[in-house]
Design a protein around this ligand. Sequence first.
Ligand code: MRU
Length: 363
Amino acid sequence: MRIDGQPYRSIWRDTAGTVQIIDQTVLPHEFRVIPLSDMPAAAHAIKAMQVRGAPLIGATAAYGLAIAMAADASDASLVNAFTTLSATRPTAINLRWALDRVSTVLRPLPVEARAAAAMAEADAIAEEDIAINAAIGGHGLAVIQAIADTQPPGATINILTHCNAGWIATVDWGTALAPIYKAHDAGIPVHVWVDETRPRNQGAALTAWELGAHGVPHHVIVDNAGGHLMQHGLVDLCITGTDRTTANGDVCNKIGTYLKALAAQDNDVPFYVALPTPTIDWTIYDGIAEVPIEQRAPDEVTHINGVTDSGRQARVRITPAASPARNDAFDVTPARLVTGLITERGVVEASAHGLAKLRPIAE
Ligand code: MRU
């Protein structure tokens, strides 16, 4: 994607080979690129959400392992990097998937071959993520086109999305936003309702920033507005991302996704989830019981970050000082509420049967 006309990915290696990321904690108010100079910096970037979004967390973890191998490729260093990186965030399965993939390549290798092999595998994961998301965009475009075909010519298609599942949540393109970018580029008039996504405001800060940079019409809405807009016929479809999809099609995504799916079903609005197949956890079948839900710091709920009218970044408390808060970062939408899963291999039913078609090359 382009920022001020310059092509960017969310993670890349510069000409010296140093891994660089865009610090998402200061967007949209500041565009800051930071290097990942060592493995702890990569772990910190994931934990502090300088990078976030399931596919990008996976790619960053892969690079973190490669950076560790460049410094010390011993078995002990490999175990330490794997353990440290896998403990950063619990919910997105891509993290563990990427670490397993790189470690599987490294373990049989002699120590002196590991650094180059790890970096090559991390590069491959990043490149594949881009291709996967571009393919998701193509399949999702067909979904949007089919809905557009039911409307009068030139009618705007209103799409609601939650959190940020755009290019900044992946290496490029995004998952839920890839179909929207492709539809916009194909000349289908699309407009996006952007859930602000409290408490970290990934919608208000990141999705709105991305869509604006690409020229996609959108409005930021408060998290509780979606049901009301659906009741008034102002939403044609929902598309969200996911951090972990179970083998039977339950979808774990940013907290609040479930409520949007409930409202969508009550209003006959199609509810699609876009995902790369590495986001499928083939080992579990009951998302509510089995997906680990990240508990984040209560101060993300009690405080809010922003800029003042004079442009100064500020953090303010919005709750009584004595009121405790609870901060579950994700929820699970049962498969029965999902119209379809948009993957790089096509749109499948959110069911064990639908997902089984993806199993052979996804494992
Ligand atoms: O806590 P975050 O910002 O990492 O959560 C991200 C999401 O929930 C996204 O919707 C999901 O990872 C899909 S990203 C392509």
